[in-house]
Design a protein around this ligand. Sequence first.
Ligand code: ZN
Length: 419
Amino acid sequence: MVGPPGTGKTLMARAVAGEAGVPFLALTGSSFVELFVGVGASRVRDLFADARKRAPSIIFIDEIDAIGQRRGGSIVSNDEREQTLNQLLAEMDGFDPTTGVVVMAATNRPEVLDPALLRPGRFDREVEIPLPNQAERAAILKVHVAGKHLAPDVDFDDVARATPGFSGADLANLINEAAIVAVRDDRDVVFARDIDEARDRVLLGRRDASNALLPEEKHSVAVHEAGHALVAFLSEHADPVAKITILPAGRALGVTEQLPVDERHLYSESHLLDSLAVRLGGRASENLVIGEASTGAANDLSGATQLAIKMVKEWGLSPRLGPIGYGSDGPGYLSGPLLGQERPYAEGTQQVIDQEVSRLLSEAEDRARALLSQNRDVLDAVIAALLEKETISGEDLTEIVNRVRSAGDGKRAGLGAPS
Ligand code: ZN
């Protein structure tokens, strides 16, 4: 079984054994690997001997990558691990199909597994267990709230929408954190706002007094976040703004959160361009309102640059480079087996890529700046609201925009409701 951590691979293996009604022998891969050479191999022998004695039975090896890594690929060899893996391969080869022993394993790094493990007769079926989608998250949440008192304002679909990328284990943790928030507040009922706070805590870290901001820092964070939020609001293809806050949490000084209306699998070019403008909106706002940018935009800049590089190099969205995709460099670009590998294009192409990335970024910044300066009165109102309330919702933002717009003479261009 292949899938990200926390998606329920172990639960799935247990459920299989439960359905089959046979003995279930579970071990983690790391428990085989010992300091002393030969111990792991003898553990593998014992495990299979035990399984044969109790057949029909199921062996489940969690984190198989701990022993099943590609042999001879790394610079430092690990005799113990290789012996353990060889023993595992030998045991699986010696299987008589009539013994009735089924071997299952789980990993979140299938790419590091030794190819010999995946040959017919060994682990020859791959079951992918992906992260849950929105509807599945809602269903998983319903399982984890069993036994907890929920207020009627908790809407599972809303929570599922706000938790893209959460695994089953993350969702269980979210519900536990929400219960802790409620208990701290002397309540035995969990409200929607508790789940909201728990989510921020899980995603961003805990909020406490030690990371409080200086007053002038607070102002520049408000300027920065208001810039992100207003560019998102004014960009037709950007995801709607759900929440803006200038309360520091974990390593983030402030957060502008956008939530997609539906879970997306494909992104259009116009969505990507708007997303670049939103990321650069914080810095554009600092430049416009304060007159200079701060170090607060470092994450935005690296995020925007990564996205622009993908647009040019992988998704064929640069007119100068044309419809060509070089794929991603991947994590091992400069290390591991790919050490010293050449990039698959000429030096001149690299220059065009650099120029195209820089063009996309400066166009996005220009657009963000133009949107903000055309709507400077709205921007100032959002900054003031953030300084006053510290956290405002997407609805508050819409309300501020409408209030300023109706107070003005209505001649401003470019104002529209988020799509
Ligand atoms: Zn930012």
